[in-house]
Design a protein around this ligand. Structure first.
Ligand code: PMP
Length: 307
C-alpha cells in the first residue's frame, strides 16, 4: 500500500530508502512481526487481531538479540499500536490487510555485532492487502524437509529474527521444489517442530497435540488462540514432543499462523492424513477462529482492536 512508516515518519513507499551498508541488510540483524487486520464490511473499518501480543513478541525478539538500549526502552507496545492505526488511516484499506512491523540495526557497521550504542535500532512498518496465504479450504500437500530447524543454542527461533528466515526460506523452497505447498521442520533432536512460518498441531484420539515452547518453535500468537478455543470447546490440549511418524498416523494435522490462519494437510510425505479431507476438530477450530477474528463472537471480542 502507498504509505509506510520509517524513522518516525509516514512517507510514500517510493521515498523509503536505506543505505546499502545498513548492517541489518548484510547480516540480518533485525526482528519483525506480522499482524492481520480484518475488514468489517458492515462497520467499514479494520479490526487488528491481537496487536499487543504481536508487538510484545516484536520487542521481546529485539530484547533477545540485545538490540535495545539498556537504559530506556525506545518502543512501547501501545505506541506501536498507535503507529499502526495512523498508518492504516493514511492507507485507507478496504479489505483484509497484513501489517509488517520491523526493528532493524540501521548503522553501516561492517562488524557483525549487535549493539544499540553502535547501531541505532530503527522501527519501520508497511502493510499489504492479504487474502489466504496458504489455502484454508483445500488440503495442503506437505513434506518433512531435510533442513533442520535452527536450535536455540545457535540462534533464537523464539525470536522472529530476520536472518533466521534463511532457514525458513530453505525449507519452503525445498517443499516447492518437490511440488508441495509447505515444509515441516524437525528440530535438532529429530522431533516435529513447525512449518516454515507456522506452528503445527496434530489430532490423535480426539486430543490436540502440539510441540512445546522449548522445542525450538516460534511462540505463535495463533497457536495460543487455537489452544484457547480448543480449551473453551472442551478439547484436550497437550503440549509435548511429536515424532515424525506420528504425523503419518494422526487423524488430523494442521498449521496455524497469522498469515496462514488455520490450514490443514491432506498429505504429508505422500501419505494420506486421516480421510484426506478436513477433519472434524480442525473444521470446528477453523470455523470458530474465522468467526472470532471477524468479530462475530462476543466472547473473543477482546482479541480485536478497531482502527
Ligand atoms: N512459526 C514461525 C517460524 C513463524 O514465522 C510464524 C509466523 N509468525 C509462526 C510460527 C506463527 O506465529 P503467529 O501465529 O504468531 O503468526
Amino acid at each position: 500500500m502507498k504509505y509506510v512508516f520509517l524513522k518516525n515518519k509516514i512517507i510514500p513507499e517510493e521515498q523509503s530508502r536505506v543505505p546499502l551498508a545498513t548492517n541489518a541488510l548484510q547480516y540480518g540483524n533485525g526482528v519483525f512481526g506480522g499482524v492481520r487486520g480484518y475488514w468489517n464490511s458492515q462497520e467499514k473499518r479494520i479490526y487488528l487481531l491481537k496487536p499487543c501480543e504481536h508487538f510484545e513478541r516484536l520487542v521481546n525478539s529485539a530484547k533477545i538479540l540485545g538490540m535495545l538500549p539498556a537504559k530506556s526502552m525506545p518502543y512501547q507496545v501501545l505506541e506501536i499500536v498507535e503507529i499502526v492505526k495512523k498508518l492504516a488511516r493514511r492507507n485507507k484499506p478496504q479489505g483484509d490487510v497484513y501489517i509488517r512491523p520491523f526493528i532493524f540495526q540501521s548503522a553501516p557497521l561492517l562488524t557483525p555485532v549487535i549493539s544499540p550504542e553502535k547501531g541505532e535500532p530503527v522501527l519501520a512498518m508497511y502493510m499489504i492487502e492479504l487474502g489466504d496465504y496458504l489455502s484454508t479450504s483445500k488440503g495442503l500437500k506437505g513434506i518433512v524437509t531435510s533442513w533442520r530447524r535452527i536450535d536455540d543454542a545457535m540462534a533464537p527461533p523464539r525470536g522472529k529474527v530476520c536472518g533466521l528466515y534463511v532457514n525458513s526460506s530453505l525449507a519452503r523452497s525445498d517443499a516447492e521444489a518437490q511440488g508441495a505447498d509447505e515444509a515441516i521442520f524437525l528440530n535438532q533432536d529429530g522431533s516435529v517442530c513447525e512449518g516454515s512460518a507456522e506452528n503445527i498441531f496434530i489430532v490423535r484420539d480426539g486430543k490436540l497435540i502440539t510441540p512445546p515452547v522449548c522445542a525450538n518453535i516460534l511462540e505463535g500468537v495463533t497457536r495460543q488462540s487455537i489452544m484457547e478455543i480448543a480449551k473453551n470447546e472442551g478439547i484436550s490440549v497437550i503440549e509435548r514432543n511429536v515424532s515424525r511418524t506420528e504425523l503419518y498416523i494422526a487423524e488430523e494435522v494442521f498449521l496455524t499462523g497469522t498469515a496462514c490462519q488455520v490450514a490443514y494437510f491432506s498429505k504429508i510425505d505422500n501419505r494420506k492424513i486421516g480421510t484426506g479431507r478436513i477433519g472434524p476438530i480442525t473444521k470446528r477450530l477453523q470455523e470458530i477462529y474465522f468467526d472470532a477474528v471477524h468479530g462475530r463472537l462476543p466472547e473473543y471480542k477482546t482479541w480485536l482492536t478497531s482502527i
